[in-house]
Structure formats: structure tokens, C-alpha cells
Design a protein around this ligand. Structure first.
Ligand code: ARG
Ligand code: MN
Ligand code: MN
Ligand code: MN
Length: 313
């Protein structure tokens, strides 16, 4: 199958420098070679050109860097729409999660009946009206979903309008949710599975429930937006907003595996790897585990095959 690969070295959706280095760091780790090994023909866009963010910490607007974030998302949306129309599976490597406005919008704009699986510790559904931090990586879903109340216009996002209904979305991995996010999600009726749900029912039941919500007949195209902070910080320490008590690596991989096996995957984001956070060992671990998730999403049969157990005699 044809795969469209695009790196988005952008960090303006949040305050910490370094998340823009994610794509190049994963390439150094052998990203392209590993994808090719799985049998894909890659159209490699390389890294998108993005506006420079001068100083993350002095931005004084209530919503930070909105023109920059909106411009990046618009450009990404155009590229993803084009690739999707050409029948390619798209893989977007972030960068912070604000870029998903672009990848999801672009994907949905040329795909009928798109479903979205959002794997994250966070809901990322604050609107410009409810955000406390002003960081746009906490807001992408508010721009994509119909029915967000009192949505003020946001400079840079004039091109964007809601493209998904609340029924088209499911979350897995939630554990750092703000009250206003919980309320809006409840009000809209979005399927939301928390870490408590995973602990109680097991990842197998939860992924089945989530897919049943967004893809009951197994025939809808699915976009997966995978924020690596959904995993426990022990597995992916190099990320900007880590939250304890996350998915184990095996649970994270299991989600990827079931989605891959559904045969419905048509667009992927992998976001929030920040190689400037943590020790070199932690960065390496995060890169390796992120790479594993990508490989499994793209159909690598089992992560156990990569590291066979030593023979027993
Ligand atoms: N809810 C917080 C906010 O609105 C944190 C969002 C974290 N998002 C992320 N993509 N890591 O800023
Ligand atoms: Mn997150
Ligand atoms: Mn657990
Ligand atoms: Mn996120």
C-alpha cells in the first residue's frame, strides 16, 4: 500500500521547546527504513516548513500563537487531503497535538463517514473560551466537532469549521480531564474511556467498545490520533505534559494492533514526542516505544517478534 509520510516540526501549540525535534529524531531512529520493511511504498514529504516561534513563554495573548498554529494546520490539511484523495494512508509525525486540527480536517474533508479514535491522557477539547492555559494543543477537538457552545473566532483558523459529529469520536486513555472538558463531552455524548475503565475492564474490552461506537459495521475509514502521553511516563517520559498512571506499553501496543487489524485505518497522527525532555536514556526509550507504536499501527504483526525470547534448552 501507498503511505504518505509528513513530519510537522511544530511546537507553537504548547510552551515547551523541543517537541519540534520529534520527527527528525524518529527519522534518525530508522523510521523510513522500518516502514519500508513493512512493505509500504512511501511518498515522503519530509518536514513541513513551519513558522518560527520566538519565545514560547512570553506570548501574552489569551490563546497563544493562534495565527501560527492555524497556518500550520491549514497547510497540513491541504497535504493530507491531497494524499488521502490519491488513496494513500497518511502518517503525520508531530510536533504538538495542535497539528491534528490539520490532519483530521484534511482527512475528513475528502472522506465520507470518517471515525476518529483519540488516544490521549487528555481530552484536548477546550475551546478558546474555556482554556485555562491558552495552549492550542489542548483545544484541537473543539475546532473539529460540531456543537461546541459559544465558540469564539480564532485568528488563523478562518478556513476551519467542524467536520465531525460527536458520534464519530471515541477517546481512550483519559486521566487528566478538566471539569469543563468533562461537561462538554458529557453534553455532546462523546464516547470516553478513561484509564479507570481500562483498569476495570481490560484493554481488550475497552478497545472493542470504542470501535463499536465509532465503527459498528466495521466499514468506516478511521483516523487515529495517538498522543504518546497516553502511555505511562515510564514508557514515554520525553513528553511535555506527562501524567502518571497511564497505559502500559503492552496496552498501548494492543490498541494499535486492534486498529491495524480492523483494516479501516486511513490516517494516523503520532504526536508530543519531545526529545529535549529527559535524560538521553529517557529520550531513547521514548523514541523506541513511539517507533514501536507506529510499526504496530502499520501492521507489524507482533512486537514480540522483534525481540525473540532466548531459546530454552
Ligand atoms: N488540558 C490542558 C490544556 O488545556 C492540557 C492539554 C494537554 N494536551 C496535549 N496534547 N498534551 O492545556
Ligand atoms: Mn495528551
Ligand atoms: Mn493500568
Ligand atoms: Mn493530546
Amino acid at each position: 500500500q501507498d503511505l504518505f509520510l509528513i513530519g510537522v516540526p511544530f511546537s507553537g501549540g504548547q510552551p515547551r521547546k523541543g517537541v519540534e525535534e520529534g520527527p527528525v529524531r524518529l527519522r534518525k531512529q530508522g523510521l523510513v527504513r522500518k516502514i519500508e520493511k513493512l512493505g509500504y511504498k512511501i511518498t515522503d514529504f519530509g518536514e513541513m516548513t513551519v513558522p518560527h516561534i520566538e519565545n514560547h513563554n512570553i506570548s501574552r495573548e489569551r490563546v497563544k500563537n493562534s495565527v501560527e498554529c492555524g497556518t500550520v494546520a491549514k497547510k497540513l490539511a491541504q497535504e493530507i487531503a491531497k494524499a488521502t484523495q490519491e488513496g494513500k494512508l497518511s502518517l503525520t509525525i508531530g510536533g504538538d497535538h495542535s497539528i491534528a486540527v490539520g490532519s483530521v480536517f484534511g482527512h475528513a474533508s475528502v472522506t465520507r463517514n470518517l471515525g476518529l479514535l483519540w488516544v490521549d491522557a487528555h481530552m484536548d477539547i477546550n475551546s478558546p473560551a474555556t482554556t485555562k492555559t491558552g495552549n492550542i494543543h489542548g483545544m484541537p477537538l473543539s475546532m473539529l466537532i460540531e456543537g461546541i457552545p459559544e465558540f469564539p473566532s480564532l485568528p488563523g483558523y478562518e478556513w476551519c469549521s467542524p467536520c465531525l459529529s460527536p458520534r464519530d469520536i471515541a477517546y481512550i486513555g483519559l486521566r487528566d480531564v478538566e471539569p469543563q472538558e468533562r461537561d462538554i463531552c458529557k453534553h455532546l455524548g462523546i464516547a470516553a474511556y478513561t484509564i479507570d475503565d481500562v483498569d476495570k475492564d481490560g484493554i481488550g474490552v475497552i478497545i472493542e467498545k470504542a470501535l463499536e461506537k465509532i465503527n459498528p459495521d466495521g466499514n468506516r475509514p478511521i483516523h487515529v490520533s495517538y498522543d504518546i502521553d497516553s502511555l505511562d511516563p515510564k514508557e514515554t517520559p520525553s513528553t511535555g505534559t506527562p501524567v502518571r498512571g497511564g497505559l502500559t506499553l503492552d496496552e498501548g501496543i494492543y490498541i494499535a494492533q486492534i486498529v491495524a487489524q480492523s483494516g479501516c485505518l486511513s490516517g494516523i497522527d503520532v504526536v508530543e514526542f519531545n526529545p529535549a525532555i529527559g535524560t538521553e536514556e529517557e529520550v531513547l526509550k521514548t523514541a523506541q516505544n513511539t517507533m514501536k507504536l507506529i510499526q504496530i499501527l502499520l501492521g507489524l504483526e507482533s512486537h514480540l517478534k522483534e525481540a525473540p525470547l532466548p531459546p530454552v534448552d
